[in-house]
Design a protein around this ligand. Structure first.
Ligand code: IMP
Length: 435
């Protein structure tokens, strides 16, 4: 019953796409369990680069069933655009399935997201303006539209009739923003339903049946632990639960059905959007890392903030995800630095703190306490075992492992699948398609 969760241990953009790509051969089904088209997965396959926002990266492999599960908020316009784009590039998209229960992002969610961010001005979260927060808010408010509602025009019209007047009042009276016409939205939603009808299914049942058959399933988290609605630095978070527990609520499995959690971290840290980031580098070193690491948001094109690896939040992330192993990405980007630093504690109001503080206030006052390690000049692109790395890089990896308390099984030293140091991979049963 192998169900593996892949989860980001930092603020997203840890390179989870590469982890999925690396394991794809052994997997029958890739399930996305939260977030929406705010995410960005970049997968390099041979000479081709694929940038996906909503469709699970499993779509790129003909043997994998990609699933958008109930915990995802779906903008059907993005979904259809991505499917069309992939089909044009010769990818078979027929296997993709979407949960009946997944909530739909409608144009008024996007308008509300932008209007609220504009109103917050300097206190803005720095969202991706994809309507994620308002769509999840409607879900919690029990006024959301679900994918299954798109399949019946009368149901869709009745549900929109209940919610739209309220949303229009808020948009026009509170924000002076554009409002939306009921019939235009019904037509839009019904059109999406028509095109997606065959794919809209009970994905919980699909997942449970696959597990019962003994298939290998990968639950792919979007964003990262430190953007988690409950465990991140609220309010500078996303509106879902990227943590491994989110795979249960959003993916349709029970906690005891998860048998491995792979935490993914970069060898340094990045963050997009506002919020505390104690190890942020606002100097030439940060700029160098950002340039070499191409640290630009996949979804928004915004430059990512860059900082040293921070062991406190990453260790916290290992704990709350019960990560069983780690994939460390982008080690190659640190090549060429005189020294590399790792944050091992904070000074908060004169006190040494060694655990990630739950309070965003305390975090905003945290001064990082660093360990400084010698850097390495050599390229690490060709390393295929830890022994191939320059000694300084090897020491850096083993020090991170010590600080995080779980084994780093995979180390990425370049964008290609082959540019990976494999220290240990769990022996998966051969994927069903290969038996
Ligand atoms: P939202 O998810 O669009 O509501 O944005 C909330 C916060 O999460 C903002 O700081 C975004 O920059 C951040 N965020 C959302 N999706 C991603 C992602 O895929 N990678 C990194 N940051 C993200």
């Amino acid at each position: 019953m192998p169900a593996t969760v892949i989860v980001g241990l930092q603020w997203g953009d840890e390179g989870k796409g590469k982890t999925t790509d690396f394991l794809a051969e052994q997997v029958d089904c890739v399930v996305r369990y939260q977030g929406g088209d705010n995410a960005g997965h970049t997968v390099v396959l041979g000479d081709e680069v694929f940038k996906l926002h909503l469709v699970p990266s499993g779509i790129l492999y003909p043997h994998i069933v990609p699933v958008i599960a109930n915990g995802v908020v779906v903008n059907p316009a993005t979904l259809l655009r991505e499917l069309d784009g992939l089909a044009e590039r010769g990818i078979d998209v027929s296997r993709l399935r979407v949960s009946r229960n997944a909530h739909v992002i409608l144009p008024y969610h996007i308008a509300l997201d932008s209007a609220m961010e504009a109103r917050l001005a300097s206190a803005a979260v720095g969202t991706t303006h994809r309507g994620i927060g308002p769509a999840y808010a409607d879900r919690a408010w029990r006024t959301g539209i679900r994918m299954e509602d798109l399949l019946d025009t009368n149901v869709l019209r009745a549900k929109l009739q209940r919610v739209l007047p309220d949303r229009n009042v808020i948009l026009s009276a509170a924000y002076g923003a554009e409002t939306f016409e009921l019939e235009a939205l019904v037509e839009l939603g019904a059109g999406w339903g028509d095109r997606l009808r065959e794919r809209i299914v009970d994905t919980t049942d699909l997942v449970q049946q696959a597990l019962a058959r003994g298939d290998s399933l990968l639950f792919e988290g979007a964003q990262g632990t430190l953007l988690d609605l409950d465990h991140g630095s609220y309010p500078y978070v996303t509106s879902s639960n990227p943590i491994a527990g989110g795979a249960c609520t959003g993916g349709g499995i029970g906690p005891l059905q998860v048998d491995e959690v792979i935490g993914v971290a970069k060898a340094y840290a990045t963050r997009v959007g506002a919020g505390p980031f104690p190890t942020e580098l606002e100097d030439a070193i940060g700029e160098g890392i950002a340039t070499r690491g191409r640290e630009v948001g996949t979804t928004t094109g915004r430059p990512r903030r860059v900082g040293w690896f921070d062991a406190l939040p990453t260790r916290f992330a290992v704990e709350i995800n019960s990560a069983s192993s780690i994939m460390l990405n982008k080690l190659d980007i640190l090549s060429g630095l005189d020294e590399v630093r790792v944050c091992v504690g904070y000074d908060i109001d004169g006190e040494r703190v060694e655990r990630w503080p739950a309070s965003a206030d305390a975090l905003a006052r945290a001064i990082p306490v660093y360990e400084t390690h010698p850097g390495w000049r050599e390229s690490v692109h060709d390393a295929r075992s830890l022994g191939d790395l320059p000694e300084e890089a090897r020491r850096y990896v083993t020090r991170l492992e010590e600080l995080l308390g779980v084994p780093i099984h995979l180390v990425s030293v370049g964008p290609e699948r082959s540019q990976t140091i494999v220290r240990s991979v769990r022996p998966y049963p051969a994927a069903r398609h290969r038996r």
